[in-house]
Design a protein around this ligand. Structure first.
Ligand code: HEC
Length: 132
């Protein structure tokens, strides 16, 4: 009896340690990779995303500068960060980043972010949006 309680305890604790609630997300190793793969094709300073919105996502300084209307990252507060709100679908479905509408996908524009990518970006913002 006693040992089975112990085993259950370990079984619950191990996955929690694995995900490491306090693990620091790295901008250069984690966040920029996602942006490079899913966003930079249009937000590289020349593409349509940066043309229309002014948002360039090629490096930390540009990401923190935001669009021509202002910042899209609020350090420590993902829920107030436009970039997070858009990729997690919390704003108007008309603003769909990266574009995942059938029309966009049909012509090879955009591809859907994985939930894990969205979580990485959320965590990075909530940990202070560091340039690490
Ligand atoms: C296929 C091209 C394309 C891709 C890929 C793309 N975007 Fe965009 N993005 C645009 C266009 C065009 C606009 C301006 C139109 C608009 O605001 O709806 C825009 C605007 C934005 C804005 C500003 C919205 C606002 O109203 O202020 C944000 C933030 C944004 N994109 C984030 C991203 C992120 C993050 C990714 C990657 C996960 C991404 N985009 C991928 C084309 C793209």
């Amino acid at each position: 009896m006693r040992s089975s309680v112990l085993i259950i305890g370990v079984a619950i604790a191990t996955p929690l340690m694995g995900t490491g609630c306090s693990k620091q997300v790295s901008y250069s190793e984690d966040v920029q990779q996602v942006l490079n793969e899913y966003c930079v094709e249009c937000h590289d300073g020349k593409g349509e995303g940066s043309e229309v919105s002014g948002l360039v996502l090629t490096n930390y300084a540009n990401v923190m500068t935001g669009t021509r209307f202002g910042q899209v990252i609020v350090p420590g507060d993902s829920e107030s960060s436009t970039l997070y709100r858009i990729i997690s679908g919390k704003v108007s479905p008309k603003i769909d980043m990266p574009p995942t509408s059938p029309e966009s996908l049909a012509v090879g524009r955009g591809h859907e972010l994985k939930a894990s990518h969205i979580a990485t970006i959320q965590k990075w913002i909530d940990q202070g949006a560091l340039n690490n």
